[in-house]
Design a binder for this molecule. Sequence first.
Ligand code: AMP
Ligand code: MN
Ligand code: MN
Ligand code: MN
Length: 283
Amino acid sequence: MNRNALRYDLHSHSTASDGELSPTELVEHAKKSGVNVLALTDHDTVGGIAEATAAARQHGITLIPGVEISITWNRRLIHIVALGIDPQHSELSQGLQTLRQQRETRAEEIGRRLKKKGIEGALEGAQRLANGATLSRTHFARFLLEQGHIKGLQQAFDRYLGEGKPAYVPSRWITLEQCLTWIHNAGGQAVIAHPARYKMTATKLRRLLSDFKKCGGVAIEVISGSQGFDVSQQIAQQAIRFELLASVGSDYHGPSQSWLKMGHLPALPEGCHAIWEAWERRA
Ligand code: AMP
Ligand code: MN
Ligand code: MN
Ligand code: MN
């Protein structure tokens, strides 16, 4: 790898959604970890971007304004990362607001379902821990941990919150078309987040990539913090086949993910074209 190459991390979370670090702390952590270009991509909100941008300027790193949007494609929950959006674009910010409202309604139902399992006060607990951030299942998981109902966050998803578990509330988010329209109108590029997390068959994944391309999507996370390198190589093959650019993102949520180190992601496999190649040519 080129020794002078910039280190990119294009997927991360702050306390504006379910991250543990404030936008400023996240930027400081990225800087310390050797990241030169960081995208803040909180779930369904751009609320942390102004603070992160100011901190990045202070620390001499580049902050790419982003957001991670929940969509429903073929009855599945898929995450689309938007990069380089104008965080003030009104169609996008109003759209994200409706998604956050939908999350509030979902959270009420999660709270009711946990109550049926004998767990009191979960909605209020999750809201308290979210402290105004995008309300997420992660906040319920943290509440369950705090109250001693589980031994680790993963157990919260395995026992209660994961798909098909008693407190899992299926939700119909926006469509792929709608999501990409918001992103493009706000000047951004669309990236399929952590493709291996959906546990799709190869056929389904190809269908997703094909639909995504038709809607103007340009990239896929070939390297993701939650993904082994063998998986990344398979994703790289699909990226090349579908002529999608490759993105790299840790999906960092904070220090409690002790196995995940920012700035230590593997290099892109041979043959991939990084999403930042065109950014660097323009700069
Ligand atoms: P939500 O967007 O509210 O549906 O919550 C999804 C978030 O929960 C993801 O962004 C992850 O941060 C976290 N999450 C999802 N599944 C798991 C899991 N199995 N273990 C730990 N965290 C998870
Ligand atoms: Mn998350
Ligand atoms: Mn995600
Ligand atoms: Mn994420």
